[in-house]
Design a protein around this ligand. Structure first.
Ligand SMILES: [Zn+2]
Length: 93
């Protein structure tokens, strides 16, 4: 069991590609988080962890590091999933 846990890693965000896009990050809007479902998450072994959340017909991404928690705007799921894909392929930060 401990061996399994020790060897397990989730998705790692790769190094940023040249020409990557900088996303707009906002302060978390906690009071709106009444019905939020976690859809996907990058590996917590890294200093920066990204989580994809779904809330109704909208979605957003949260970025957490040691001293800050920020979120993207809540947008249509298809748009947010594309941003998520960009983050996971080093095309956005
Ligand atoms: Zn890891």
């Amino acid at each position: 069991m401990s061996l399994l846990l020790a060897s397990y890693h989730g998705v790692h965000v790769p190094d940023l590609r040249p020409g990557h896009v900088k996303l707009r990050w906002l302060k978390p809007d906690w009071h709106r988080n009444t019905r939020v479902r976690e859809r996907s998450k990058t590996c917590p072994c890294r200093a920066v962890v990204y989580t994809l959340f779904q809330t109704g017909g909208l979605a957003f991404i949260q970025r957490v590091n040691a001293d800050d928690t920020v979120e993207t705007e809540r947008l249509r799921t298809a748009i947010t999933r594309e941003m998520w894909d960009w983050i996971l392929t080093g095309r956005a930060v």
